[in-house]
Write a protein that binds this ligand. Structure first.
Ligand SMILES: Nc1ncnc2c1ncn2[C@@H]1O[C@H](COP(=O)(O)OP(=O)(O)O)[C@@H](O)[C@H]1O
Ligand SMILES: [Mg+2]
Length: 790
């Protein structure tokens, strides 16, 4: 093995986990820095190796005290061993595996945490101190060992010249001791004894003792050999020849194994039908691999690279099913309502049908969680007969996550796009990129620019992944992106996408979805039928309103699954055969409700107003509190508000001050009072100008002492002069108010036209008040004072 590679590998900082799989080894002690092939046949050991490979490739190598024991227990193993990194694994035809490990550090077993299906132990790393400055004696000791080794070699000890060179240049006593000990062919007990010594100088001394005995032995042995040389009889000769033959065959076998590997790669490259340029690269790398030592680290890198090249779907694609009727059926089978969205998707597919290579925009589904964005994507794939791949971009900070790392980088891998393509196994999947609105919020490099290249039909025919270093054609991929809000998507990305909004559902819609889709799905999954379990509409509605509070139906699905499981369990226990869930017994299955109907605020309060917010999770209500206290005109804002919202609060305050007279507030009160505005329920991030009128109302109420009508929620931006400006997210906000049991909403007049786009059934039992100016807002929201001094 080439020593240079060892040196290189040692440089990378490897973190060793506390809990790690154990590999018992027979008749050898592995030292740190040693690279060694091991043959493993025992089931537990193979499981351990698989476990290590699925994590960070590290495994604790513990020597067996008695090599004849087939299934060693913890007491049969030494407690101190070496943590090794598995560099390569090869499955042999007889079921055994061959691994190549490199020792990394010594470790001590604190306790064994499991014995099956593989052994695993909690360990503690043993640090060895390396003396900074060597004393004269220590230096002499180092020199002695090196000289002894030279002498041993001159008397016939076989040690590779490479190793001798490394040893010659070593001046770390601990490492020198380990390296010499590992090449002396010591008995297990002896090697283990050396391994367990932590003081490097004592260890070196011990190695020196062993060496001097070894030299004596060698001298005597040479003497005996020269005496006995002429006497080797025929049988002995045959025996030696046979042993040699065996060794040669083994070598030849290894060569066969390599030739086989190269042959296999060649076949796979052929089967992958790569484009010209890729094929050239693959062949070039294969030639390099052929010339390399098969156990070298570099060969392993090339092998992994070739694996990627041959497994990518360069020319594998699925045949599109462009039957629009069938597609309509699939979409309807999978989703309730969503008419507009489905229509848009069908249009898109129709255009595809007419134009083979469509460079159309990328679809982008925007909406709160659980409204069916992902499942629509899945349906589209099903309708088209394509593979479906989904990848979340949430928290992607680094360009390399999209585009991969260069191969020169240790542990380099392709980026998520190429990873997805490999998973898809065809080059035309429906590829869903989730959480596109969460990308680039906090980034190193710029993932969004890499993403632009992925999504741009003018560029993505030759997508360049750093790891692959050859272009991959993404033009046949149908990308769909999803997100909760559109405004955090980087502009250039947004321009390339056609945004389709999906809004939250009303209770009635949820009921429909539950009946037609969620319930049948969960019944099936839990082995139930409608003969065994039924649920009334009333009970289902109760489940929707008191066990969930969300825009989508994700938790609803979870609760229904929960209910089905509870019933399945009762059936298994034999406590019933047929169940009907009604309002009364729902609690018996699901426990107490998680959300009680919004406790109406006890009475109309002074200084508290109700606003409407549009968040990632859909529409919601927020309360805004304003309190005045003695002071000198300061404004305090709390509740983790964003900058825009803070400014909007300032504007609201200025407006109220400028209107003091007409509101019946004494002018001088402002200079003698501090005002504190707080927005409770800290979890939702609060920003944007749309709470302006809500804040102004709370302030006006606090100063005038007039209570705010508790049944009204409001939304709208306010200017310094008291004009009310339009806001966004009307539909989500209305749904949010409705969900919370509020029926009256104050809206900017200029939003009136948007209200027309909201379906009638949502507006039906709601009252909308339109306001142009703050005066109108206050008139609707404030009740006449029951003057109460604050
Ligand atoms: N309109 C709908 N009709 C039927 N099922 C729906 C509908 N909307 C959502 N679902 C179901 O709700 C669950 C959550 O949807 P999902 O697609 O994961 O939401 P999203 O990706 O928007 O967060 C899925 O099981 C999905 O099938
Ligand atoms: Mg989703």
């Amino acid at each position: 093995m080439a020593e240079k590679e060892k040196e290189k590998d040692n440089d990378k900082e490897t973190r060793i986990p506390n809990i790690i799989p154990v590999l018992p080894v027979r008749d050898i002690v592995v030292f740190p820095y040693m690279i060694i092939p091991l043959f493993v046949g025992r089931e537990v050991s193979i499981k351990g190796i698989e476990q290590a490979l699925s994590e960070n490739r590290m495994i604790l190598l513990l020597s067996q005290k008695d090599m004849s024991i087939e299934n060693p227990a913890s007491t049969d193993l030494y407690a101190i061993g070496t943590v090794g990194m598995i560099m390569r694994m090869l499955k042999l035809p007889d079921g055994r595996v061959k691994i190549l490990v490199q020792g990394i550090a010594k470790a001590k077993v604190k306790k064994l945490v499991r014995a099956t299906p593989y052994m695993e132990a909690e360990i503690e790393k043993i640090e060895e101190t390396k003396p900074l400055l060597l004393s004269i004696e220590e230096e002499a000791q180092i020199r002695t060992v090196k000289e002894q080794l030279d002498k041993a070699v001159s008397f016939g000890k076989t040690i590779l010249p490479d190793i001798m060179i490394v040893i010659e240049n070593l001046d770390d006593p601990g490492r020198l001791a380990d390296l010499v000990a590992s090449h002396l062919g010591l008995k297990t007990e002896q090697a283990q004894e050396i391994l367990e010594i932590t003081d490097p100088i004592i260890k070196l001394k011990r190695v020196s003792d062993i060496l001097s005995r070894e030299i004596e032995l060698l001298i005597v042995q040479q003497k005996i050999q020269s005496e006995a040389r002429g006497e080797i009889d025929k049988t002995q000769r045959e025996y030696f020849l046979r042993e040699q033959l065996k060794a040669i065959q083994k070598e030849l076998g290894d060569i066969d194994e390599r030739a086989e590997e190269i042959r296999e790669f060649r076949k796979k490259i052929e089967d992958a039908k790569m484009p010209e340029k890729v094929l050239k690269e693959a062949e070039k790398q294969l030639k390099r691999l052929e010339k390399m030592h098969p156990d070298s680290a570099e060969a392993a890198t090339i092998r992994t690279y070739l694996d990627w090249l041959v497994e990518l779907p360069w020319s594998k694609s699925t045949k599109d099913n462009l039957d629009i009727k069938a597609a309509t059926k699939v979409l309807n089978d999978d989703h309730y309502d969503l008419e507009k969205v489905k229509e848009r998707i069908l249009e898109y597919l129709s255009v595809r049908k007419l134009k083979e290579k469509m460079k159309g925009p990328i679809l982008c589904f925007i909406g709160p969680p659980g409204v069916g964005k992902t499942s629509l994507g899945r349906s589209i794939a099903r309708a088209l007969g394509r593979e479906f791949i989904r990848m979340s971009l949430g928290g992607v900070r680094d360009e390399a996550e999209i585009r991969g790392h260069r191969r020169t980088y240790v542990g380099a891998l392709p980026g998520r796009i190429i990873l997805g393509m490999k998973q898809a196994g065809s080059n035309n999947p429906v590829f869903m990129l989730d959480e596109i609105d969460k990308i680039g919020m906090d980034y190193r490099g710029d993932p969004s620019s890499a993403l632009l290249e992925v999504l741009d039909p003018e560029q993505n025919f030759a997508f360049a992944d750093h790891y692959l270093s050859v272009p991959f054609d993404l033009t046949n991929v149908m990308f769909i992106t999803t997100g909760n809000l559109a405004d955090t998507i980087p502009g250039p990305l947004r321009d390339r996408m056609e945004i389709i909004y999906l809004s939250g559902y009303t209770t009635e819609e949820k009921l429909g979805i539950a009946r037609k889709y969620l319930l049948p799905k969960q019944l099936e999954e839990n082995g139930l039928t409608t003969k065994i379990m039924t649920i009334t509409d009333e009970a289902l509605t109760l489940l929707i309103s008191q066990y969930t509070r969300e825009a989508g139906v994700r938790n609803l699905e979870r609760e229904i699954a929960n209910l089905c499981r509870k019933i399945a369990k009762r059936i298994a226990e034999g406590t019933g055969k047929k169940f009907t869930v009604i309002e009364k017994n729902l609690q018996g299955f699901l426990g107490v409700p998680k959300f009680l109907p919004e406790e109406e605020m006890a009475h109309d309060e002074v200084g508290v107003s109700t606003g409407l917010a549009w968040t990632e999770a859909g529409g919601d209500i927020i309360y805004i509190e304003a309190t005045t206290m003695k002071g000198r005109g300061n404004l305090t804002l709390t509740g983790q508000l964003g900058d825009v919202m803070k400014e909007s609060a300032q504007a609201a305050l200025s407006y109220v001050r400028s209107k003091a007279r007409s509101l019946g507030i004494k002018e001088d009160i402002f200079s003698k009072t501090d005002i504190h505005i707080h927005v409770p329920a800290g979890a939702i991030p609060k920003d944007g100008p749309s709470a302006g009128i809500t804040i102004a109302t709370a302030i006006a109420s606090a100063f005038t002492g007039q209570p705010v009508n508790k049944n009204i929620a409001m939304t709208g931006e306010v200017t310094l002069r008291g004009r009310v400006l339009p806001i966004g997210g009307l539909k989500e906000k209305t749904l949010g108010a409705k969900r919370m049991g509020i029926r009256k909403i104050i809206l900017p007049k200029r939003n009136k036209k948007d209200l027309e786009d909201i379906p009638k059934y949502i507006k039906d039992d709601m009252e909308f008040i339109f306001a142009d100016t703050m005066d109108q807002v206050l008139k609707a929201a404030l009740k006449t004072a029951k003057k109460k001094s604050s």
